[in-house]
Design a protein around this ligand. Structure first.
Ligand code: 9Z3
Length: 321
């Protein structure tokens, strides 16, 4: 549902549109618990022995339910690979990471596990013990220990979403608790966010019946939250958004327009088919092409990308000191 994000499209960015989006959204389940966890995480990484920079990495696509008791929904393409990989490199660079991910998508440190790790990696021995089956033993050990270390040290907080309502409510909540961090906060918004949705109050409660004939449905525009994020929720933070297109011709034009319009520090432009090979970092100072190291089969484009971002974020923090 990102396809119609045309440059000239009408976009609902007024405070009224944003307020009415949140007022009419179904309440976020466990909001109090999420707020508590997020605030504890900010505290821990701000006032413990080591003050860290903190990044929110969003990952995966949002869904748009068509029924309140949802049987059908519209989805946004994103496997979560970009977000999960980037989270790993941010952790390596010493950041504390809030990983806001779509339920069921890739997780940090688990990218090289097979699709069904429980059944494919484990086996039951003759003595009825469970062991890791070769050749997965090293991969599984590394995934478990890296992930457990990051969570138990308090440098990785994982929160999940499925719908556009959950995603935006989480974003607002996390951004508000990151606003006190000033320039130490970094937003890396790689999630693929729906542009259109069915407002909760106009949504069918029960499963839509096919016997009623062809479905005619009007979708409302999701208010653009990047402006409010920048202006109200976390004005001093370093903000990076992504622009995904399938047509190379319009990609850079649209990324440049988003940079200006939402006053982002960077927009990362990527094309669907080449997104794991190359991205273009669009900034006010110019564009930088970032490619993965093709001499190494397992090299990620996120490795040079996160190095570049960390340098730029450091420079921005210094200039504000
Ligand atoms: C991206 O462009 C991500 O890089 C991908 C990553 C979704 C392509 P995967 O998860 O893919 O590794 O499979 N994310 C942002 C896409 C998006 O919805 N951007 C909006 C837009 O293009 C702006 S928020 O209008």
């Amino acid at each position: 549902m990102n396809a119609s994000n045309g440059l000239g499209d009408f976009e609902e960015t007024s405070n009224v549109g944003i307020k009415s989006f949140f007022d009419s959204s179904p309440p976020l389940k466990d909001a109090a618990e999420i707020k508590k966890k997020t605030e504890e995480f900010m505290q821990k990484n701000s006032f413990s022995e080591k003050t860290r920079r903190i990044v929110l990495v969003t990952s995966g696509g949002t869904t748009v339910p068509l029924e309140q008791r949802c049987v059908r929904y519209i989805d946004n393409f994103s496997s979560g690979h970009r977000g999960a990989t980037s989270a790993e490199y941010f952790l390596r660079a010493g950041y504390a990471v809030v990983f806001l991910y779509r339920e069921g998508t890739y997780q940090p440190f688990c990218r090289s596990l097979p699709n069904n790790p429980l059944l494919e990696c484990l086996e039951v021995t003759k003595e009825s013990n469970i062991t890791v089956r070769p050749p997965y033993d090293q991969t599984v050990k590394k995934a478990i220990s890296n992930s457990h270390v990051a969570i138990s040290c308090g440098t990785l907080l994982k929160l999940s979403f499925t719908t556009i309502f959950e995603y935006l409510q989480n974003l607002q909540l996390i951004a508000s608790s990151m606003s006190s961090l000033g320039s130490r906060a970094l937003f890396y918004l790689a999630a693929a966010v729906s542009d259109f949705y069915v407002p909760w109050e106009s949504m069918a409660v029960h499963k839509i019946q096919s016997s009623s004939g062809p479905l005619d449905m009007r979708l409302a525009q999701v208010p653009k939250m990047l402006l409010v994020l920048r202006r109200d929720w976390a004005p001093k933070a370093f903000c990076i958004s992504f622009k995904l297109e399938t047509d190379k011709e319009i990609l850079l034009k649209k990324a440049g327009a988003a940079l200006e319009k939402y006053n982002m520090n960077m927009v990362i432009a990527n094309e669907l088919l080449t997104r794991k090979e190359e991205v273009i970092v669009v900034t006010k100072a110019g564009n930088i092409v970032v490619q993965r190291d093709r001499t190494r089969a397992d090299a990620d484009v996120e490795e040079p990308l996160i190095n570049l971002i960390v340098d730029e974020h450091s420079a921005a923090c210094k200039s504000l000191e």
